[in-house]
Design a protein around this ligand. Structure first.
Ligand code: ZN
Ligand code: ZN
Length: 379
């Protein structure tokens, strides 16, 4: 293949992305070359861009963007069938798990590949080495042989599909992890990308009531459109004690069965734990920046038998479930509005600046998308 393609290289926090061209590799056994249709800027991309994750080690020049979808350009030998047994051909749209577990450690052998130490470190790889196309913010991406991949249904739009990988799959798995039951009450702390998907999934699973907390009235309104039964504004109720009292009032005095942190900060933890019912479960999804802490009173967990679950990544099956959920729920939930604000690849710096603003809750859209080819949406 003599074709070339661009990637937007992340060379370090505070520095502009560098557009570089590389030759498009021929896919090896099990590999697939996809042309990116849309890649969204996830909260963790923003943390990396701001330099907030440097405690975990500095990244080599790499390509960010893991919440993406693309179209098959070339299938390597043996890649003609996806991970669910469906035949693949050039032109099919694809989603893929963005990490690779080691498959051999005690955690992997227990079946919890999302918790494997290797999984997280395989997300960001140096782009100076082949296959170069190692992230969503480029013209192409090379799906590695070990990455789970699924053919996407044709009726879904790029902006609906892009969010499956990461946000939606993670939320689906998170609720499974805490064992959310039909009729249980849920509080969602933060109505960003993860939070809004959490509303739709909780609704689909029969949770009631669903209470959302955020600073942005736009987002809270959108959360209600997706099925939230009650919205608590951080601006109207700045006192955590009054918000906790409100949650208890809305749950008949019991507190919430499940509280989900998707605010991306440790600040809501003490409040969220107090909002839990006896036996309640706290789902920690959003606050991924190392070194940011909260003060905890363990008796608030022990006495009332409350549990905290930390969830990162997702088992590959959750990605397939995410695609099916989008397919099943697209008439009820306006998923396409979640990443309706789209930039071309050349404006990635602007896109990140916008995403950083959006994450502060100032805008209606909650995920910023990037479309390298400037194409129209898929369908
Ligand atoms: Zn993500
Ligand atoms: Zn492992």
């Amino acid at each position: 293949m003599s074709e070339r393609g661009r990637v937007a290289v992340f060379v370090g926090p505070g520095r502009p992305f560098e557009l570089r061209e590389y030759p498009l590799p021929d896919p090896g056994p099990g590999e697939i070359v996809v042309r990116i249709r849309q890649a969204n800027i996830c909260g963790s991309d923003v943390h990396l861009w701001r330099g907030e994750m440097e405690r975990m080690g500095r990244l080599p020049p790499t390509v960010l963007g893991h919440e993406a979808t693309g179209v098959v350009v070339k299938l390597g030998p043996g890649a003609e069938i996806d991970s669910s047994g469906v035949a693949l051909q050039e032109g099919d749209r694809l989603v893929w798990a963005y990490y690779v577990p080691c498959g051999q450690c005690p955690v992997c052998l227990r079946g919890e590949v999302h918790a494997c130490a290797t999984s997280l470190v395989t997300v960001h790889r140096p782009c100076e080495l082949p296959p170069h196309f190692v992230g969503g913010f480029g013209d192409y991406y090379v799906v590695r042989a070990q990455q789970v991949r699924f053919r996407a249904p044709t009726e879904l739009r790029d902006e609906e599909l892009a969010g499956a990988n990461c946000a939606l799959a993670q939320v689906l798995f998170g609720f499974k992890r805490v064992g959310l039951q039909w009729g249980e009450s849920v509080v969602i702390q933060g109505a960003g990308g993860l939070g809004l998907y959490a509303v739709a999934v909780a609704k689909d699973l029969g949770a009631s009531p669903i209470i959302v907390i955020d600073a942005s009235l736009h987002r809270l309104r959108f959360a209600q459109l997706l099925g939230a039964d009650a919205a608590i504004s951080l601006q109207e109720q700045p006192d955590p004690r009054s918000r906790t009292a409100e949650v208890h009032r809305l749950t008949g005095g019991w507190g919430a069965d499940v509280v989900v942190e998707v605010a991306g900060l440790p600040d809501p933890y003490p409040e969220g734990i107090r909002m839990l019912a006896r036996g309640g479960r706290y789902l920690a999804l959003g606050s991924v920046v190392p070194g940011k802490t909260f003060a905890a009173d363990p008796s608030l967990l022990i006495g009332p038998n409350r549990t905290i679950f930390g969830v990162s990544l997702y088992p590959p099956r959750s990605l397939l479930e995410a695609v099916r959920f989008l397919q099943r729920g697209r008439d009820r939930y306006p998923f396409h509005q979640l990443a309706a604000h789209v930039f071309p690849l050349e404006e990635l710096d602007k896109a990140f600046a916008t995403a950083a603003t959006a994450s502060a809750g100032k805008d209606l859209y909650t995920r910023v998308g990037v479309r390298p080819q400037g194409q129209e949406s898929y369908s």
